[in-house]
Each structure stands twice: as C-alpha cells, then as structure tokens.
Write a protein that binds this ligand. Structure first.
Ligand SMILES: [Zn+2]
Length: 423
C-alpha cells in the first residue's frame, strides 16, 4: 500500500527497536516496527527521537520582537516593573497592523524552526488599541495555518470593568478570537474581573486563560490570591478543565503548608498552570533570600496538577531574551525549579508536549493512529540529553508536510574526541 509519507527508523519513547511512522491525509495512519507500506515521500530518521510537536502555550505575539535583533539585551537599564509596563504601553501606540503582522510572522517562523507546531497567543485588547492587534493576528492565523496551529486569546491589557472595554470583547468573539483572557491585576475589584471574564468565556463557550498572581508578596493571604478566587469560582460554576492560569508566582510567597492548600484547590478545580520564565523580572527588590517566582512547579506536578511552561515575552520591552525554543525554556526551568534528575528532565519534555496540549485543549495530539501528523525529530540520544545538549530539532512536520530541517555542523581540522554522532 502507498501512503503520503513514511518516516523510517525513528526512536519512540523508550522502545529500543526502531519504528516506522506512516502518514496519510495529514494524519498518522500507522506506527510500528514492521510496516509494509511505501511512502510517496520517505524520510530516514536515522535513529532520531520522535515527539509530537512542541507547544508554546502562552506568548505575547503582538508585542514581540520590538527590540533590535542585531543588538540583543535590555534596551534601557532596568528600573522597575512599572516602568517596563509603561515602556511597552508607549511602544504600542505606534504599532500598525502591518508591523504587528510582520513581527508576529517572524516570531512564528522562529517557533516553527524550533519544533513548535501549536501556539497560544495573548492578543492585547483595550480602548486605546481597540481591535487592531486582533485584526492583525487573525490574518496571521490564516496565513500560517499550514505550518502552525494558532489560538488567539482576547487579552484585557487594561481594566476589563469598563463598558467600552466589554463591548470590544463581545466584538472580539464575533470576529473569531478563540479564548477569553483575564488579568485581575488590571482592575481594583479583582473578584469582579474574574467573574466577568468567566461569564464571557461561558457565554461564548471558549476556554479561559488567566494571568494570575504575577507579583511576589511580602505578606500573602490564601483567600486573596487570584488563583484561589478563580478556583472557588470554577468549583461553584462547574467550569473545571477549561481554565489555564499563567505565572502563579505568588505561591512562592506562602509558607509550605498554605501553598499546599492552594495546590489542592488548583487540582480540584482542574486548572492547568503555566510556569513562565519570570526569573528576569521577579525578586529584583529582594536583598536576601531572593525569590525567583517560577511558581511551585515540582510540588504541583507531584500533587497531580497539569503543569506546563511557556515563553511569555520575547525580545520586547519586558523580556530581552527568547528564541522561541522550548528546549531553551526547559533548560531555564530546569535550573530555576531544580529539576535536574533524568526523570525530571523527561517531565520537562512532557510539560511542553502532552501537558501543554491538555492545557490549551488540543485534540488529536500525539503519535497514535488518527492523531494529527504534527511531529518533530530530535537529534538527541535521549530526552534528558535533548535539554542538556540543547539539541537540534532536526525535522519539523505539520500535517505530514516537512517544513524545516536543521543541522548542527562542526568541522574539525584537527583530531578530536568530540562526538561526531547524533548529539
Ligand atoms: Zn503573559
């Protein structure tokens, strides 16, 4: 039998025996060690690892890449979080639709090059920019559909509790936004903000994506945390399984026993938590016991919470870093959350694949027959090596189409013991 594509000699999880993957009409048709199938096109993976595509579940796509790519680093000295935000608001005033689209498409190409096949973008909506950013990202979504699955979150970047803002959000869902955003810090009445955002999500039958507890607190009270207010609202309304909470940094400020109470509540409400690389901005005022604000990743994983990580800001006024490479973000989290054991490094890969897919509600995700043929080949001897070696994603497939190949080349002109095999 002839199928569209056969990828030969892949290593699948811990199987020692090399496997073959067959693709037909954009879906995985079969997977096994002995497949009697021929592909119209064939790729020899040469023993590389295969994984479903990486997922970046929280990206500020419309404000990304405003920094000069040739001179990397923070453009002005850091003063305060407030000033970073003010800088971003000032830069936003000169964005045009074309400019947003160009930066967004460039960023998405960076992501695809590193094996990202699905991405959830936060899109700023407020009375100043109106729906301009959304118009741009919806057009980008169409343009990149064959290379990347893009979800767009209608993100309230200023107060939500204003009449002119709420009507913008009604229009956003009529235009095609995928997910309702929520950022309680932008309103004085955080409870009401969460109520209104969840009501909007329920009305349009979309998921809710929350920026929760972004700040580290000197005195944190369980009942006042965004994530606690959110979890109780979810349990009262039956919205379990449809909510992501990004950041959740203030969990670092609670004593262990209180943090564990909050984690139990997060699990009960079935909230997926997205750890974001807040190392660059939090704890700067701490003069001893410097906190890092990556949230309590290990404790939540151990308690059975669905936890993933994402890149958040990339080369903008807030974060000067970022290559849209999940293996790079995994390494940062590995250091920051003390996840250096082999099993923990393997978990980090699960977090940016299966956990992230569950967080953003992707269906037909995986490597089983019938799943979308969105997968990558990794030039790595193991999952943990992929992070520590910062291995290349050698091939990226979307719906069975090979989009990009990467090679790391090292040409020695003297004898060497450096391995020349797949790294
Ligand atoms: Zn964010």
């Amino acid at each position: 039998m002839i199928v569209d594509l056969v990828v030969r000699n892949v290593r699948l999880g811990k199987f020692d025996q090399l496997q073959q993957i067959a693709v037909q009409a954009g879906k995985i048709a079969a997977c096994g060690s002995l497949l009697d199938l021929t592909g119209v096109s064939e790729v020899d993976a040469g023993g590389r690892l295969i994984l479903p595509g990486f997922i970046d579940s929280h990206v500020h796509l419309d404000i990304a890449l405003v920094n000069d790519m040739r001179i990397s680093g923070r453009q002005k000295p850091y003063t305060s979080q407030k000033e970073m935000m003010a800088d971003m608001e000032a830069r936003k005033k000169v964005f045009t639709k074309e400019d947003i689209m160009l930066r967004a498409e460039t960023l998405l190409d960076m992501a695809v090059r590193h094996g990202v096949t699905a991405l959830r973008a936060q899109c700023h909506i407020d009375p100043e920019v109106g729906l301009r950013h959304l118009e741009a990202l919806l057009e980008v979504k169409q343009r990149v559909a064959s290379r990347l699955t893009l979800q767009i979150v209608a993100f309230p970047n200023q107060e939500l509790l204003r009449e002119d803002t709420l009507s913008l959000f009604e229009n956003a869902f009529a235009m095609g936004a995928d997910v309702m955003g929520c950022a309680p810090l932008h309103d004085v009445d955080r409870r009401r903000h969460i109520d209104v955002a969840m009501d909007m999500a329920a009305k349009y039958q979309v998921d809710l994506d929350v920026h929760a507890d972004l700040a580290l607190l000197q005195v944190a009270e369980v009942d006042e945390l965004d994530v606690v207010i959110l979890a109780r609202k979810i349990l009262a309304t039956g919205f379990q399984g449809r909510v992501c909470a990004g950041h959740v940094s203030a969990l670092d400020s609670l004593p262990q026993s209180e943090a564990m109470q909050v984690i139990d509540l997060i699990r009960e409400a079935n909230i997926s938590v997205i750890s974001l690389p807040d190392l660059y901005r939090l704890g700067r005022a701490d003069t001893q016991h410097v906190r890092r604000g990556l949230t309590r990743v290990k404790e939540m994983l151990q308690a059975g919470v669905n936890v993933c990580f994402a890149s958040n800001n990339t080369r903008d006024c807030l974060r000067p870093y970022g290559n849209m490479n999940p293996l790079e973000e995994a390494l940062i989290l590995s250091y920051g959350a003390h996840m250096d054991e082999v099993g923990q490094l393997e978990t980090l890969i699960e977090m940016t694949t299966t956990n992230a897919a569950r967080a953003i509600g992707l269906t037909s995700y995986g490597l089983n027959p019938g799943d979308n043929a969105d997968f990558i080949l990794l030039a790595a001897s193991s999952l943990s090596a992929a992070i520590i070696n910062q291995s290349e994603v050698s091939h990226v497939f979307k719906a069975g189409q090979l989009l990009v190949e990467n090679q790391r080349t090292c040409i020695w002109h003297v004898p060497t013991h450096y391995p020349t095999m797949i790294l």
